[in-house]
Ligand binder design. Sequence first.
Ligand SMILES: Nc1ncnc2c1ncn2[C@@H]1O[C@H](COP(=O)(O)OP(=O)(O)OP(=O)(O)O)[C@@H](O)[C@H]1O
Ligand SMILES: [Mg+2]
Length: 279
Amino acid sequence: MNRIAIDEQAALAKIRGAEDALLALRDVRLAYGNTAVLNGIDLSVRRGQAVSIIGPSGSGKSTILRCVNGLVSPQSGEIHVDGIDVRAQRTDAQRIALRKRIGFVFQQYNLFPHLNVVENLIIAPMRVLGRSRAEAESDAHALLAKVRLADKAKAYPGALSGGQQQRVAIARTLAMRPDLILFDEVTSALDPETVGEVLNVIGELADEGQTCVLVTHEMRFAEDISDEVFFTEGGVIVEHGSARQLFHDPIHERTRLFLQRARGEDRTGRARRRVQDDA
Ligand SMILES: Nc1ncnc2c1ncn2[C@@H]1O[C@H](COP(=O)(O)OP(=O)(O)OP(=O)(O)O)[C@@H](O)[C@H]1O
Ligand SMILES: [Mg+2]
């Protein structure tokens, strides 16, 4: 192929890529009463991308994720997941169909305490996807191996550490084979020593091409795994760009200040941990 043909192909691939957004938000606006929370959010994620949303507390990060899977309804704007108009899904059946395709992992793992780990993993695939028990169990064991908990299949959640429970919660989400996974601060309730094991699992998923959107305060992790990073403040996307650009060469002063503060807190956190370890 000559050079021009290659350039043309690259340009076409780029256009296709833009059209191939698995998730697209356009001018999404949401208020609770008189309080405006989202003031025109534009964000898109292509299939296979890992995207992070960072920003101060109260800036609307969780609300964006909740709009995506239809947990809350914005007053205006467009949200599409794989071409499906999220805001047009009004019946329970339509919303359930949408949520089958979108995994959501929260800070609180919400495992069923009276069910063992495998039972926690097979319940939704059997009830919602109609899988046989044998099929769902075999899938569950494979996923437990993936999150490095093969030996905990029969354990009850109460006997697991926070990091282990969160990895079960991630496996439970993967068992539904979602097109898109939303992670909302999944490590912020964990002991420092178990944060890494959960981040490793998420990093591997991103490397394998699982499309995901992460809200996180772990700046170094966001920088490592994200194809693109969005910085929110006051319900708007102040800026977005590649991880490299946003973390090392932000355009806006607000982004720069936030990162400076976040890094400061990060250092304090680690310093405090060291003191505890020494004690
Ligand atoms: N159900 C609700 N009713 C009224 N206000 C709400 C509701 N949910 C969220 N808010 C407000 O919307 C704003 C954005 O909240 P959101 O949870 O999206 O922030 P966040 O960026 O995820 O913050 P954090 O980093 O603390 O999790 C906050 O000011 C919050 O108080
Ligand atoms: Mg939040």
